[in-house]
Design a binder for this molecule. Sequence first.
Ligand code: NAP
Length: 331
Amino acid sequence: MKIKSVNQRDFGRLENMEFSNSDIENIVDDELLINVHCCGISFADILAAEGKYQDTPPLPFTPGLEVSGVVESVGSAVKGFNIGDEVIALSKWGGFSEKVKVKESFAINKLKGMSFDIAACMTINYGTSYYALVERAKIKENDKVLILGASGGIGLSAIEISKALGCHVTAMASSKDKLSVCKDYGADELVLTKEDNLKKSLMEFKGSKFDIIYDTIGGLYTNDSLSFINWEGKLLIMGFASGDISSIPTNKILLKGCDIIGVFWGPFARGNKYFNLNSLKGVSDLFNKGLIRFSKPKMFHISDFLSAMKEIKDRKSVGKLCLYTDSFKRR
Ligand SMILES: NC(=O)c1ccc[n+]([C@@H]2O[C@H](COP(=O)([O-])OP(=O)(O)OC[C@H]3O[C@@H](n4cnc5c(N)ncnc54)[C@H](OP(=O)(O)O)[C@@H]3O)[C@@H](O)[C@H]2O)c1
């Protein structure tokens, strides 16, 4: 079947990608064909398109890890879905497309009343932050949480989840505009990044110590953050938006009696062969109780994918960015 999708034929530059015709194979067995309405854009899409992601796919490749849409056809062995169902799915690439194939075990029904744009964009960000804070760091009420890269996609979700669980949140970001968005999502304290230096930025907060540090940036930020961690605190290694990976002096870990926790939601969520719903159930409970609202993504038509990806790469984005197809526009 002919469809249009974003295709990367050569790793390296984002400009190597184009929105063009491609073929999608017929579905088989336990697969669903989803008419994609929206697809969240992740930092991983940019890294993968440049050939720098830890789990870079082979070429030719279509980015896109999380979609919302409507089931268009079902394989002969599908038990849980029917044509016309509104779903959210983990696509493991291929989501920047008018249609995508997924195994039914990687799809769930979209919550009633949730819009397709939010549905496509809550999965990775909120799933990751819930898994990191609740399941790995065992966050407790009144914990002091420092979030680096707080205005980014996973940063905002970490603010919302920490606040929903009764914690005190300090958000760090590189502009006043970005910080005002963090405040809007509930951050208690705002720290402006100075010269990309965590120690300088936190100077006025000298003496402050945090129970949980949520590090999306990596590099020197990671090393320096250990000076601000409480005894038996937890440093969550979330990602490397700076492009640098730190080498942490192990004596600091001993002296602080702290835990350093690596978080990689994708493999956890995919389990071995099914969609692990733990963290999404937790997030949905918080949403149903009115404790979180899910950040509204900035929308781009799929043909304008490059503007959106460049906004993230150039560090200009705030919160999550999302692509939509003509099917979403027509609703
Ligand atoms: N562990 C997991 O399972 C998982 C899941 C999702 C995402 N991630 C990772 O988490 C990281 C953040 O993802 P995201 O979706 O939140 O991305 P994002 O929306 O682009 O946010 C990242 C933030 O990092 C900061 N940043 C960007 N480039 C930087 C640079 N060169 N130096 C210092 N700071 C920089 C920016 O904030 P300021 O300008 O305010 O500093 C930006 O808001 C990525 O590395 C991503 O791969 C990991």
